[in-house]
Design a protein around this ligand. Structure first.
Ligand SMILES: CC(C)(COP(=O)(O)OP(=O)(O)OC[C@H]1O[C@@H](n2cnc3c(N)ncnc32)[C@H](O)[C@@H]1OP(=O)(O)O)[C@@H](O)C(=O)NCCC(=O)NCCS
Length: 173
């Protein structure tokens, strides 16, 4: 299976939103309510928001293509004054999960982190999202913290914060 990782472009935005809906509906009904899924999708995956983020210098959106089809995507952004890279989104087509695509997208996020001079990757994952937690552990993340964040409209995000240290860039000779 040839996996091609490329930056998400303006023309890809609608497909990314569609894939996000599919993966969320496959993943989250057993974890959060349908009302919260709809609220969070509307908040995070509006066309306007994605287009705005594509134009921001400290946010990176990438997609995984298999045989010309979108099979996954990620986004990341620098946080903590630029010292850390937050893996903000990581979603893979349910038909293609567990075949290394998530890992390839994480590698690309690590490349962005190195380029931006970050010392660690961090992410937030729902405490009940056991498959994703297993995937993050498999790719070198450890649980660093536990948080419960009020995201409005009576909804909470009950998350683990996971992190992965990155090797320091080689010193110039
Ligand atoms: C989490 C996710 C992005 C990982 O992507 P992926 O392409 O499946 O991951 P990889 O193939 O690189 O890594 C596979 C590892 O993840 C874990 N994993 C993934 N799916 C799993 C499942 N259904 N059951 C158990 N472990 C699973 C395992 O540790 C697996 O390693 P193994 O196959 O050697 O045992 C993907 O499963 C996904 O999109 N899940 C739904 C959306 C989601 O929860 N995203 C994270 C939001 S914070």
């Amino acid at each position: 299976m040839d996996v091609l990782i490329t930056p998400v472009g303006v023309a890809d935005v609608d497909s990314v939103i569609e894939l996000a809906r599919q993966v969320w509906q496959q993943t989250y009904p057993e974890i959060i309510s349908q009302e919260q899924i709809d609220y969070m999708l509307a908040q995070r995956y509006s066309r306007e928001r994605l287009l705005a983020e594509l134009g921001m210098p400290d946010i990176w959106w990438d997609q995984a293509m298999v045989d010309g089809h979108l099979t996954g995507f990620s986004s990341c952004m620098t946080v903590a004054g630029g010292s850390e890279m937050k893996l903000d989104k990581l979603y893979v087509d349910p038909q293609r999960q567990r075949s290394g695509i998530g890992g390839r997208l994480i590698e690309e996020v690590e490349r962005h982190a190195h380029g931006a001079g970050c010392r660690a990757l961090i992410l937030a994952v729902n405490k009940r999202n056991e498959r994703a937690i297993a995937a993050y552990r498999r790719h070198g993340f450890v649980v660093r913290d536990s948080v419960c964040v009020d995201i409005g409209h009576g909804f909470l995000m009950d998350d683990f914060i996971m992190s992965k240290s990155l090797p320091a860039a080689a010193a110039p000779r």
